[in-house]
Design a protein around this ligand. Sequence first.
Ligand code: SAM
Length: 228
Amino acid sequence: MRTLADQPLDLRIDGNHMWREMSSRQYFDEVARKWDKMREMFFSETVREKAISVANVEPSRLAADIGAGTGFITEGLLRKGLRVIAVDQSDAMMNEIRRKFQGGEEIDCRVGEAEQLPIEDGAVDYVFANMYLHHVEAPSIAIREMARILKPGGILVVTDLDKHNFDFLRIEHHDRWLGFKREDVNNWFIEAGFKNVVIDCLGEKCCAQSSCGDTYASVSIFVASGKK
Ligand SMILES: C[S@@+](CC[C@H](N)C(=O)[O-])C[C@H]1O[C@@H](n2cnc3c(N)ncnc32)[C@H](O)[C@@H]1O
């Protein structure tokens, strides 16, 4: 039987969990090819429909999908006739999104980080960020950075998890934040200069089964929007 002393150095033990220590980027690079299947188990397409409907998008406008992954939100925006800049830290996710949309002219994929998005100031009409905020190191900075790339009058829509206590998500899915208090999200939007800030229940839950034990997470999702 293997003991802890036998484990390679990047294995860690936390309670009942043993996991490989890796960065968020490494984690998402590893899951990129199976992300669409994972996403289907976590949350449904209603999340995308609600997020996009809140922004009341107009065709031909330019949107950014931040933390785009394999393009869950991007796909909905393209269907509505928008052009999209998809940004993600993970090269593997960006490869998947390029493969999925076959280099279409309406989509521009860029590898980039939350604190320094690879988009110029005031460039886009809408910014969407689905299930991204709870992975970033500093959510308030990430929101400020998303405000920077919006045109005046542009709209930010963040869909993410309400505060919860399912610690296994931190270990098994690399969540940095166990959801958010809506009050904090509201303050970050205001501090970033947004007006007409509304935070509402999206009406859906994000669900995940722990791979260790029988813990099952079911967490409500909020939709936050504001106008620059
Ligand atoms: C949970 S996935 C959501 C993907 C997609 N938005 C969706 O709804 O399917 C989070 C995504 O955010 C990206 N991400 C996490 N932290 C990031 C950061 N600091 N900068 C840029 N992207 C980041 C990850 O690489 C991953 O693709």
